[in-house]
Design a protein around this ligand. Structure first.
Ligand SMILES: C[S@@+](CC[C@H](N)C(=O)[O-])C[C@H]1O[C@@H](n2cnc3c(N)ncnc32)[C@H](O)[C@@H]1O
Length: 321
């Protein structure tokens, strides 16, 4: 129980361990091999993501945070005070801290798949803001956007920063936003951060930081599979590989095998050719109008878009109607 904030609550809808084994084996049986990015986030992976956000090359976090701080009163006016603020993929809940004082929400619902990290971060936030009801939910937002409470007379707003929407294929992004549209209902809205198309050099540097933290984050997926599924990935026999693919407009992140090798995962032999990759993440970049159209397909109406002076990143507020 939280020590300072008695209103802190936690609901555990974490997917069972068997889903992890099934999805990993399924992904490694595909050609090309693929693993979903949600599996990056165990406690170590979540910590590494925080460290990525502090690298000089990774501009999205500091750019989006500055947009929020510079426009906080206008953002609060758009969202409306007293809302239930739901943040899927809340991570360390860093960005919401800049919104809370101006927005005065009825309650805050951080939602994340990384259970231990979520519990720690949500408790910390609840104790920092003792006046706020914090209801943390551990769940996989690709499976369900259901929330445990729908307080009467309280409008709902989803906050989805960090350009996490870029991890979905565009069609899946529209489907996900449609689920959010269903969760917030007709009186709600969506405040969403989206990374813009830009100079390829800036993009490639952001996913290949000189300190090698993004590489460690990518490779931690293999460590996690070794630990959870008794696998024998040799981490020195795989390398981080990230690049901007101009056609689809996305950063692709892969783990590349440095040799012909066979790895055992949950008792199953998985062969790798020298140079073969596991595709671990996409991060789609959008033009402003392109993204507004996608959200329109999901049933949202563009209300306001805030950008930094360089046009690197956009924060959109979409109303349900
Ligand atoms: C890129 S981080 C962004 C964190 C934070 N929202 C920000 O803007 O800095 C993505 C977060 O989403 C969570 N996440 C990823 N896939 C998820 C899923 N399918 N369901 C729930 N949470 C997920 C991760 O654990 C992580 O905390």
């Amino acid at each position: 129980m939280s020590q300072l904030n008695p209103a802190f609550k936690f609901q555990d809808n974490h997917p069972p361990a068997s889903d992890f084994e099934l999805e990993v084996l399924e992904g490694l049986a595909k050609s090309p091999k693929v693993l979903p990015p949600k599996f990056f986030y165990d406690e170590v992976g979540s910590g590494l993501f925080d460290a990525i956000c502090r690298t000089p090359e990774y501009y999205p976090t500091r750019t989006e945070s500055a947009i929020i701080r510079d426009n906080v009163d206008a953002i609060a006016r758009c969202l409306g005070r007293g809302c239930l603020l739901v943040e899927p993929g809340s991570g360390n809940s860093a960005k919401v801290r800049d919104l809370l004082a101006a927005l005065e929400p009825h309650s805050y619902m951080p939602m994340d798949i990384s259970k231990a990290f979520l519990q720690k971060e949500a408790r910390k936030l609840a104790d920092e803001f003792p006046w706020l009801d914090v209801y943390a939910v551990c769940s996989d937002f690709t499976v369900s956007m259901d929330i445990p409470i729908y307080p009467e007379g309280v409008h709902r707003v989803a906050f989805f920063p960090g350009s996490s929407i870029g991890n979905f294929e565009p069609g899946d992004a529209a489907a996900f936003m449609r689920n959010i549209r269903g969760m917030v209902g007709d009186d709600g809205g969506l405040l969403i951060g989206v990374d813009m198309k830009k100079d390829v050099g800036i993009l490639n540097a952001a996913y290949n930081d000189a300190a090698g933290i993004t590489a460690a984050f990518n490779l931690n997926l293999l460590t996690r599979i070794n630990k959870k599924l008794g696998a024998d990935f040799d981490l020195s026999a795989f390398a981080h590989h990230a690049f901007y693919n101009e056609g689809p407009g996305r950063i692709e992140m892969h783990l590349r095998s440095l040799a012909d090798q066979t790895v055992t995962v949950a008792g199953r032999a998985i062969p790798f050719r020298d140079g073969e990759t596991i595709h671990t993440e996409n991060s789609y970049k959008y033009a402003r109008d392109e993204f507004a159209a996608l959200a329109g397909d999901a049933g949202f109406r563009l209300d306001t878009c805030w950008q930094d002076a360089g046009g690197l990143f956009s924060l959109f507020y979409f109303a349900a109607r």
